[in-house]
Design a protein around this ligand. Structure first.
Ligand code: PEP
Ligand code: MG
Length: 587
């Protein structure tokens, strides 16, 4: 069909994965499964249960295969969703209820399983909690697979997608999304879905433009129709006119050149127009991120969150296991330095290796977490300190304690560090005698009494994520109060200034490793307040470096003075946005 003979139709959905795609529609309509209903003869009932159990085994194998494929093509993280799917298959309540229903009714197992699964899906879908609602989607996806296996049908699959087409579907399950051939799919549009649905996460990681929430688009299109997907603004345009195509061509070119111009700065020094160097360091969670740090030219690591090593293991890792992981990062990045943060579990990060170590608490964020837990488990803590010290023999290491609230904790942590040093000397194992130990400033008491802490450590690193949470009393993970979590609150800006001034008065370096550091709107404000270094997710570095190279530090200082004088966060935003827009005008 000629693209321009029909009139143009613009549909506003939700932007889910950046980029613009133009092409013909591949309508993916998952047909409702037809489930036969019959009574199973009493003498065949044992065999019917065996048939059900066999279908569960086959489904499990199918999911493992998809999981392996996703791990290979995307990442382990993306493949985690399939762990949730395997858990559905192991859910004794779901399976037991199906078998009980079958024994009671004598109806074929597909009918019983479908009825039980639908009850579960309905119950989960009605819960006012996004995480649990996602479980409804998991059960739906898995149940469909089991039913296909029981009925001897192959599941609807996007692998039939051959041409370069834009997939338009009511919704796409994680298994279906995993089957998408990235070279064949130009874009993805779904009637339903949210920005956090798994299909969208997969689309983003494959860099396929996507729009979700396009309501009933599937009913308004036919295979082969021409559409444009604008993944920046969440718009779908059916039968775009020549003018629209021309306009979008320009937008796409401008976006691509914006992104490539940002990327182009990664080879350049992180230096302001008036000649001030600002080290940009990386936040990492795992040794395999060393390559990413190098790709984005990070000047070493400003925050290595060691807890991920503990969270992904079944038991608490030994000194040797920790040493191996730390050494891999340190030697991989040498001579650049790596700031290794000691264990920060508890709060929203329970310790799977030993759940009893922390246990249930009424207020986990105010509870037995991070340094508090380590100081009460000195044996475990010293294992980590020795592992970090030993890694320092292979490059440049700094050590940092999380969640310090006062001088006593810092004294006790430093005393254990001294013991760890002495033990290594006794063992004859090498480490850097000059290793510097700093503290994170992420609790208001540490900020206010920072002068006492600065006497006892070598640097400060501000954890704005927790600092804002504790300063404003806003749980950083709670959606209902997310709008109150405001980095532009005057109390936040004032406390940042206090921390920087306190550190500098005592002649120690002050860096920021919370999310504010990687936000190009806030980075100039932090630098203007006097922050010496910024540490962020590597992929955020190009945008922040671009801005640093386009600004003068003297202007950033003026911005900070103006922001400190402000009491209305909306006006502070206006100030920092104007600063940003002015510098980005040239891009
Ligand atoms: C912070 O609190 O800002 C921080 C960097 O630590 P985390 O996000 O790991 O708590
Ligand atoms: Mg923190």
């Amino acid at each position: 069909m000629d693209p321009n003979t029909k009139s143009e139709l613009v549909i506003q959905g939700i932007a889910a994965s950046k980029g613009i795609a133009y092409g013909q529609v591949f309508l993916y309509l998952q047909s409702e499964l037809e489930i036969p209903r019959y009574t199973v003869d009493p003498d065949k009932r044992v065999a019917e249960i065996a048939r059900f159990e066999q279908a569960l085994v086959v489904t499990r194998q199918q999911i493992s295969q998809i999981q392996a494929q996703v791990t290979k093509n995307l990442s382990e993280e993306e493949a985690l969703i399939f762990d949730a799917h395997q858990m559905v298959l192991e859910d004794q309540a779901l399976i037991g209820e199906t078998i009980r229903d079958f024994q009671k009714s004598g109806l074929n197992i597909e009918t019983c399983f479908n009825a039980v699964a639908e009850r579960y899906i309905k119950a989960f879908a009605e819960i006012d909690d996004e995480y649990l609602r996602e479980r409804a989607a998991d059960i739906k996806d898995v149940a469909k697979r089991v039913l296909h296996v029981l009925l001897g049908q192959t599941a609807g699959s996007l692998t039939q997608l051959v041409d370069k087409r834009i997939i338009v579907a009511q919704d796409i399950s994680p298994s279906e999304a995993a089957g998408v051939d990235r070279s064949a799919a130009l874009g993805i549009v779904t009637d339903g879905g949210s920005r956090t649905s798994h299909a969208v996460i997969v689309a983003r990681s494959m860099k396929i433009p996507a729009v979700v929430g396009a309501r009933n688009l599937t009913t308004r299109l036919q295979n082969g129709d021409w559409i444009m997907v604008d993944g920046y603004d969440g718009v779908v345009i059916v039968n775009p006119t020549e003018q629209t195509l021309f306009r979008y061509g320009k937008i796409e070119k401008a976006q691509k050149s914006f992104e490539s111009r940002l990327m182009a700065v990664i080879e350049q020094p992180s230096r302001t127009l008036d000649g001030v160097d600002v080290p940009l360091r990386a936040n990492i969670e795992k040794p395999d991120e060393v390559a990413l740090v190098k790709q984005y030219r990070g000047e070493g690591v400003g925050l290595y969150r060691t807890e991920y090593l503990f969270l992904s293991a079944e038991r608490i890792p030994t000194e040797e296991q920790q040493y191996a992981a730390y050494r891999e990062i340190v030697s991989g990045l040498a001579p650049a330095s790596v700031t290794i943060r000691t264990l920060d579990v508890g709060g929203d990060k329970p310790l799977p290796g030993d759940p009893h170590l922390i246990g249930p608490e009424a207020n986990p964020f105010l509870g037995f977490r991070a340094i508090r837990m380590c100081l009460q488990n000195p044996g475990m803590f010293k294992n980590q300190l020795r592992a970090i010290l030993r890694a320092s023999a292979h490059g440049k290491v700094e050590l940092m304690y999380p969640m310090i609230s006062g001088a006593d904790e810092l004294d006790r942590a430093n005393a254990l560090l001294d013991e760890a040093r002495a033990e290594l000397k006794e063992r004859g194992q090498a480490f850097d005698e000059q290793l510097r130990a700093g503290t994170m400033i992420e609790i208001p008491s540490a900020a206010i009494a920072g002068d006492v802490l600065a006497e006892k450590c070598d640097f400060f690193s501000i954890g704005t994520n927790d600092l804002i949470q504790y300063l404003l009393a806003i749980d950083r993970g709670n959606n209902r109060i997310a709008h109150l979590y405001d980095p532009a609150h005057p109390a936040v800006i004032r406390i940042l200034k206090l921390i920087v001034d306190t550190g500098h008065a005592k002649k120690i370096k002050v860096s920021v490793c919370g999310e504010m550091a990687g936000d190009p709107l806030f980075a100039p404000l932090l630098l203007g307040l006097g922050v010496d270094e910024l540490s962020m997710t590597p992929t955020l570095m190009p945008a922040v470096k671009f801005l640093i190279r386009a600004m003068k530090m003297s202007d950033a200082r003026e911005l900070a003075v103006a922001a400190l004088a402000q009491t209305d966060p909306a006006k502070t935003y206006a100030l920092i946005e104007a600063f940003y827009n002015e510098r980005m005008k040239a891009v």
